[in-house]
Design a protein around this ligand. Structure first.
Ligand code: AHG
Ligand code: MN
Ligand code: MN
Length: 321
């Protein structure tokens, strides 16, 4: 039996030099993400017991405003990140514009996040998550601007997610492998449980909302048909993080293609697709929009959408460009 554990905090400190961040900004940011994740985890776990379910803007029995868990998670992550003083801007699914952090002239990092992904699953007790990525500012001699933010995913320095599932896990990469940490409730720490995750090569699972099948390109319809001919397992939770996490560990492909109504698909480039693409490439897989590598796309808007094909490299290759 192992008698010592490696916590997320210790792991980041040990690896700090790899990311040329000797001053510890990176570990401060990860400490904040880890703490925010524990607080959101607590709120997710008691979601059925208190008035945090339901629509933002509605009123609870006490006549108070009900805050949707997405909005609560956004505030928790944003506040903890801002407190570090190491992040100058936050881009969030829940914020229309860039949130510029206070007193952050010296801050080197930019955080993009989907504070709660798969939120339609909260009411039915299925897994949900938080997605994040970090860019480093280009030039500290001028104020941080949109120019520092709208950059291709190949320029991010780290990405990760927290999955609030049957257990809570934080999975991240800073460009040198992917590591997973499971929250040990008894000591309130994320402990290294899945070192150096590699996505299996084998074709096993395909994940797509087949309700939209007839709206997909013929090429995608043919591919889905092929998955069935090969008797692959169809698995789709409708929560990107949960579908991605399962496929990362078991091998498979997750697809959110374009449709006629939604020519750019549904998922957001900056805080859903880029972090997933960075993680999958670091785990030996691939991610494309069907035409090009996700990490090569030059973002033009904060909330830009893109089709996404992500998973085992052979399967993503089969979709072709
Ligand atoms: P969010 O909850 O952050 O809005 O994201 C929902 C996304 C993603 O998690 C999931 O894979 C996808 O929506 C599911 O969409 P469909 O219901 O259209 O399949
Ligand atoms: Mn989402
Ligand atoms: Mn969301």
């Amino acid at each position: 039996m192992k008698n010592s554990v490696i916590t997320l905090g210790q792991f980041i400190i040990d690896r700090q030099e790899e990311i040329h961040d000797a001053k510890g900004a990176f570990s401060d940011i990860f400490r904040a993400i880890g703490l925010a994740a524990k607080i959101v985890n607590r709120d997710v776990r008691k979601a059925g017991l208190v008035d945090i379910l339901g629509e933002h803007g509605s009123t609870n029995v006490q006549g108070e405003d009900v805050k949707k868990l997405d909005v609560i998670a956004n505030t928790i992550f944003k506040n903890h990140i801002e407190q570090t003083g190491e992040v100058c801007a936050v881009i969030s699914e829940e914020e229309d514009d860039v949130y510029w952090c206070k007193d952050s002239h010296e801050a080197k990092y930019i955080l993009c996040m989907d504070p709660l992904d798969g939120s339609s699953n909260i009411d039915v007790n299925a897994s949900i998550g938080t997605i994040f990525s970090l860019y480093k500012r280009r030039d500290m001699n001028r104020d941080c601007s949109l120019d520092d933010i709208l950059r291709p995913g190949k320029e991010i320095v780290a990405a990760g997610y927290v999955i609030y599932g049957s257990s809570t896990m934080l999975v991240y990469s800073s460009g040198n492998g992917v590591n997973g940490f499971t929250l040990d409730d008894s000591i309130h720490e994320f402990c290294l449980s899945h070192p150096n995750i590699k996505i299996p090569e084998t074709r096993k699972i395909f994940s797509v909302n087949e309700g939209n099948l007839h709206d997909f390109d013929q090429k995608i319809q043919d591919y889905i048909h092929k998955c069935k001919q090969h008797k692959l397992s169809a698995r789709y939770i409708g929560s990107l993080i949960a579908d991605f996490h399962r496929n990362l560990l078991k091998g498979g492909i997750y697809m959110y293609p374009a449709t006629e109504k939604a020519p750019n698909g549904k998922l957001r480039l900056l805080y859903e697709c880029i972090p997933m693409a960075f993680l999958i490439e670091n785990a030996g897989g691939k991610a494309t929009d069907g035409k090009q590598r996700i990490l090569d796309i030059q973002p033009e808007k904060l909330h830009q959408r893109t089709p996404l094909f992500v998973g085992s490299s052979k399967m993503v290759d089969e979709i072709g460009y």
